[in-house]
Design a protein around this ligand. Sequence first.
Ligand SMILES: NC(=O)c1ccc[n+]([C@@H]2O[C@H](COP(=O)([O-])OP(=O)(O)OC[C@H]3O[C@@H](n4cnc5c(N)ncnc54)[C@H](OP(=O)(O)O)[C@@H]3O)[C@@H](O)[C@H]2O)c1
Length: 331
Amino acid sequence: MPATSREIHLTSRPNGMPVESDFAVVETSVPDAAEGEIQVQNLYLSIDPAMRPRLSVGQELNEAMGGGAIGRVVQSRNPKFKEGDLVQHRWSFREYLNSDGSGMAKMDVDPTLPLTVYMHVLGGSGFVAYGGLLEIGKLQNGEQVFVSTAAGAVGSVAVQVAKLKGCYVIGSTGSDEKVRWLRDDLGLDAVINYKTDPIHKALKSAAPNGIDVYFDNVGGDHLDAALPRMNTLGRIPVCGMISAYNNFGSISAPVTRLSNIIYSRVMLRGFVATDFLHLREQFDAEMTGWLKTGQMKYEETVYEGIENAPSALIGLLNGLNTGKMMVKLGA
Ligand SMILES: NC(=O)c1ccc[n+]([C@@H]2O[C@H](COP(=O)([O-])OP(=O)(O)OC[C@H]3O[C@@H](n4cnc5c(N)ncnc54)[C@H](OP(=O)(O)O)[C@@H]3O)[C@@H](O)[C@H]2O)c1
């Protein structure tokens, strides 16, 4: 059993985009699990946009960073767990940890599926995409849908759910390679590279019949571009506002067209996964089915080793991921 574990500490608060020197790799000693405890080896760390705001407020300096992880129980002196159990928890950015078991959710995995899908398509990213579109966005078959960060973990599930519901789907993303994946492999009807085609103009031509549902992951310029395109009684489920995360909550570009929600009677609503927990069983069944039939595709961008966790987070904020960004520590 390991006597040491490496973990990532935040050592200074970033000003704008984080840089490698804001973080440090720290070696700690991990004792054997005490009576009532388990020892967990982290296998995969989830890298999420929401980690960025916490670097400004919430994440303590000089402590191991938190976040979603999948781990395996390697020692158990707690009757609720046995060695080999897979668990999901929020103590990522470290190789090993001891726990009394609280906050450790035992995983019930389908052995015919890769473990990592429980971190994205069948995990939180897939669930917010599904519930955000169907429950908050009240998506109807055949509608006009726009999804921003369409090639990311949440966005790539949202666009495929909308396609499966027979919708006309527009996606925006930040590279030509991701444009190709969305258009050629996922079958989107229109894809915008917002870095080369200014979003306001590009969205106008990509949405000739307007937009019924805008699944917003970006805020700022993307929200501003979508507002005048919204059809009467359109819905904007607001999942995230990544354009604001490096600026401590200030949007990167002003939203000037909010008054459009009045005459078009547009509903704009933020949400979190706990808003639609009643959909969880339906989601698990439907999404597992789509995965197994190949109707739901996915990509993963995997960095290896705890020392590369800060680069993975910086990479995510710079759009270097296609699909889910994660760090692999073990198998
Ligand atoms: N409400 C909830 O409960 C909940 C849960 C999970 C996630 N979220 C939100 O969902 C969104 C997507 O999360 P995710 O985990 O799937 O991440 P992701 O889309 O896999 O990765 C983030 C992507 O955002 C794009 N991006 C970065 N800065 C941008 C900017 N200024 N303008 C436009 N795009 C930018 C980058 O791709 P490109 O630039 O190449 O497109 C990057 O790859 C985030 O806003 C996140 O906060 C919300």
